[in-house]
Design a protein around this ligand. Structure first.
Ligand SMILES: [Ca+2]
Ligand SMILES: [Zn+2]
Length: 382
């Protein structure tokens, strides 16, 4: 059974055991077959039960009409002593009545997954210079309004056919071994060099990862750019996807809040020139941001919001510019609480220098601010 289906069943029944009504965490929830699966194996017995319960021939023993969330104790009690026919009829009634809601929720989750994937694709296209900030904000609003409308000109490998949160081990292996699209002058791979000047050519994410672990690194500025955009970034995304799980609890959902709520965003998210230079003139910029929200800086006139939407934010502060957009919401650090994965870009207003990363924000209480979460493999030091 797919994770999103389990999730939908659990959600529709109010995150409770359908039998004893005790609250149930998603991790604890077991999905119980009201009529045990084994019944369908014996054709005669299955026929008898179906007529006893007044069920049609197309009743699916693995369908939502026969599935309910259950706690461990209820489920094991039931497998020891099956329900009497009367109780079975009641529970089948419950499952049957809630089936349409479960189906609706499953469809909605699938739709969300598609949107999440598009956002990853947008982030990747943004990194490779195919999209400007303007394009990104335009695309983000298109994704929000109608997820089916647009196609990106180049589909990066990040668009996968699996739902986020369900990337299986074998998929990860496949992504690691696939050839990465590289510039023409690198048709044999990206060159990496070790400290003792040994060279190696890498053409897949897996090869890159191995080489980096052995101390190899990219050499020229161009090679470093390619290493970042084509290898490090996709690896970071893969890391997030691998870790992403449905959250059991969310403090950004009701009421929904996000990047447009600048009073909840720490000012330390902003790019400062100090980050890219050791020039004394810029020293202390970062320290001045401690404990403040972006809203605080806007109020005292130090920062200006250049563009804002429910899923994106561009802010100018102290000769620097920061651009953030939301890619997905999931629990990526396994604490059960929903996190927001954002694409973060920053640089000085003047010039072309720009740095970018994947940043994970979380909110741990209903009245708290967002804060950064560190995820292994992601260099989100902010
Ligand atoms: Ca979390
Ligand atoms: Zn129970």
């Amino acid at each position: 059974m797919k994770l999103i289906e389990r999730r939908a069943i659990w959600q529709v029944h109010g995150k409770r055991c359908a039998y004893c009504r005790d609250p149930l965490s998603f991790a604890e929830a077991e999905i119980d077959h009201v009529l045990p699966e084994s019944l369908a194996k014996n054709a005669d017995e299955w026929h008898r039960i179906r007529s006893e319960q007044g069920l049609t021939d197309d009743f699916d023993i693995d369908g939502f009409e026969n599935l309910l969330p259950s706690c461990r104790p209820c489920n094991s009690r039931k497998s020891g002593t099956p329900f009497a026919p009367g109780r079975t009829a009641i529970e089948l009634g419950v499952a049957g009545r809630t089936k349409p809601q479960v189906l609706t929720l499953v469809r909605r989750y699938i739709e969300h997954d598609k949107v999440d994937k598009l956002r990853f694709a947008i982030a990747s296209a943004f990194d490779s210079g195919q999209l400007s900030e303007r394009d990104v904000s335009r695309l983000i609003s298109q994704v929000r309004n109608d997820s089916g409308v647009f196609r990106l000109s180049s589909i990066p490998w990040l668009i996968q056919d699996q739902a986020i949160g369900e990337v299986s081990k074998t998929d990860v292996e496949r992504y690691l071994s696939e050839k990465v699209p590289l510039p023409l002058n690198m048709k044999d791979g990206l060159r990496l060099i070790s400290e003792d000047n040994t060279e190696v050519l890498v053409s897949s994410l897996g090869e890159f990862q191995d080489a980096i672990q052995k101390g190899f690194s990219a050499y020229s500025t161009f090679e470093r750019d390619v290493a970042y955009q084509r290898f490090k970034r996709p690896l970071a995304f893969l890391q997030v996807l691998k870790a992403a799980k449905f959250a059991e609890q969310s403090f950004m959902d009701d009421p929904r809040c996000g990047l447009s709520d600048i009073s909840l965003l720490p000012a330390t998210l902003l790019f400062v020139t100090e980050d890219m230079t050791s020039d004394e003139a810029f020293a202390g910029q970062r320290a001045r941001l401690d404990g403040k929200s972006i809203q605080d800086l806007v109020e005292n006139g130090e920062a200006t919001v250049k563009e804002v939407g429910s899923e994106m934010l561009a802010v100018q502060y102290d000769h620097g510019r920061t651009f953030m957009f939301e890619m997905m919401r999931a629990d990526v650090n396994a604490d059960g609480i929903e996190d927001m994965v954002i694409h973060w870009g920053g640089g000085p207003i003047q010039g072309t220098y720009r740095t970018a990363s994947v940043v994970v924000l979380t909110r741990r209480s209903q009245d708290g601010m967002f804060s950064c979460v560190s995820v292994e493999g992601l260099h989100s030091a902010r």
